[in-house]
Design a protein around this ligand. Structure first.
Ligand code: ADP
Length: 416
């Protein structure tokens, strides 16, 4: 047996990732081992009682394109019975057949005189047959029939392997499509939720302003008729309405972040920090805080207004979350990496335990009650979303009682 060809056919079959690829490469290799006048490989579709042409090559005028379906009945009862029994079916001379089956007659009309059908079997199931034809009677030797059987075994393994491969690929593609579909659904639901919370927050503003306004009118114009209890109630209404107004503003800011298109351009961190310091000047003075800025601060790729909001939130927290009686101190500096600039804000506050350091960036996540440290719990969620929208990252390094260092990393600008 020519071993080079044998190895080639093995390799070609095993490398093929689809039955069609096997069918295309096999005939040439088989011809070198078992010379034929014509070859066809068919797979059986038992439920439809049909055979599907996988490959057809060689001489003769009749062409059976790949994928063509033909009735299994035309194969011939005896031929099929032998294949089903796992046997090779050899016809040395078609002329000697009393009633040749339809397919055989058709090929004989085309010039065929003898043929061999070899079963393709996978785990004792007949999946198809390899058919070799010759224009001479008694053309196939016993040795060639043996070789054809071995080739058929290889073919069957290759086809089964290719079918499994196709199945896995199909499943993977289905899975991918399903994940994409779910993601799209979730994105849609998220967008709906966001627009819902946006419109609710928006619509709550005017009735809230009315509540607050009327309570203030009560306090200002009808103070003499309120009495102590009435005054205290009206003051509570005003305080509650103000808290709620802040909460609504924060929620609106958070919602707007998803909707607004942020144009990312070079932004000077120095200018951003200077603006924040100006805005928070009364707060810093009121708390007798010390804020030190280590210049120069470089440029980053970002959105100035959003960055001002981010740094304001972080600095406000640094000033707020200190132990009673401690003078707040915040140090601000920048570190440059190859691709990113990291702006750091280190405080001397109460610190955050490791297990809370991730969740505080979620909406409404707070570690303290409102009386000890007032707030809405949205500040850091705004920080995270803003930074993500600018293509950056945010994080914190902290330990209880040891202060915290919040950092934001944004793309650096090489030539601002
Ligand atoms: P808020 O400040 O309105 O409470 P944030 O979203 O800004 O909301 O912060 C969430 C929580 O994270 C805070 O309630 C606080 O418990 C914790 N936190 C944030 N910044 C600091 C900080 N610098 N030091 C200690 N804890 C902090």
């Amino acid at each position: 047996m020519p071993s080079v060809c044998w190895q080639e056919i093995d390799r070609a079959i095993l490398a093929a990732q689809s039955s069609e690829a096997i069918a295309q490469t096999s005939p040439g290799h088989i011809n070198a081992l078992v010379p034929y006048w014509r070859i066809d490989i068919s797979l059986f579709d038992w439920s439809a009682r049909q055979r599907v042409v996988l490959s057809s090559a060689g001489h003769g005028t009749r062409r059976f394109p790949t994928g063509m379906r033909l009735s299994l009945e035309e194969y011939g009862g005896e031929d099929l019975a032998a294949l089903r029994a796992g046997q090779v079916y050899v016809v040395e001379d078609i002329l000697r057949l009393a009633t040749p089956p339809a397919t055989v007659q058709a090929l004989h009309d085309d010039g065929a005189r003898s043929y061999v059908r070899v079963p393709l079997v996978v785990r004792s199931e007949l999946i198809g047959s390899l058919n070799l034809w010759n224009d001479q009677a008694g053309a196939f030797t016993l040795e060639q029939v043996d070789i054809a059987c071995e080739v058929a075994d290889q073919l069957a393994i290759g086809i089964q392997q290719a079918r499994l491969y196709e199945q896995v690929r199909r499943h993977a593609a289905e899975l991918e499509a399903r994940v994409a579909e779910r993601t799209a659904e979730l994105q849609e639901i998220n967008a709906e939720l966001e627009s819902f919370s946006y419109s609710v927050s928006h619509d709550l503003r005017s009735p809230l302003l009315a509540v607050q306004g009327f309570a203030e009118i009560l306090l200002e114009d009808h103070d003499d008729r309120l009495g102590d209890d009435g005054r205290s109630c009206a003051q509570s209404i005003v305080a509650g309405a103000r808290r709620m107004a802040t909460l609504i503003e924060d929620l609106l800011t958070y919602s707007r972040l998803s909707r607004a298109a942020l144009e990312l351009i070079p932004v000077s961190l120095e200018a951003v920090v200077a603006e924040v310091l100006t805005q928070l000047e009364p707060e810093i003075r009121g708390k007798d805080a010390h804020v030190s800025i280590e210049k120069p601060l470089p440029h980053v790729t970002g959105h100035a207004v959003t960055l001002i909001q981010v740094v304001t939130n972080l600095l406000m927290n640094g000033l707020k979350f200190v132990a009673p009686g401690v003078r707040p101190q915040v140090r601000v500096w920048a570190e440059a990496g190859d691709e990113r600039i990291c702006l750091r804000l280190q405080d001397n506050g109460i610190g955050i335990a490791a297990e809370h350091q991730e969740r505080i960036f979620g909406v409404f996540e707070r570690l303290h009650d409102r009386d000890t440290y007032p707030g809405t719990g949205i500040g850091l969620a705004i920080v995270r979303k803003s930074i993500e929208r600018m293509g950056g990252h945010v994080g914190v390094e902290s330990a209880p009682g040891q202060g915290s260092t919040f950092w934001i990393a944004l793309r650096r600008v090489l030539r601002p």
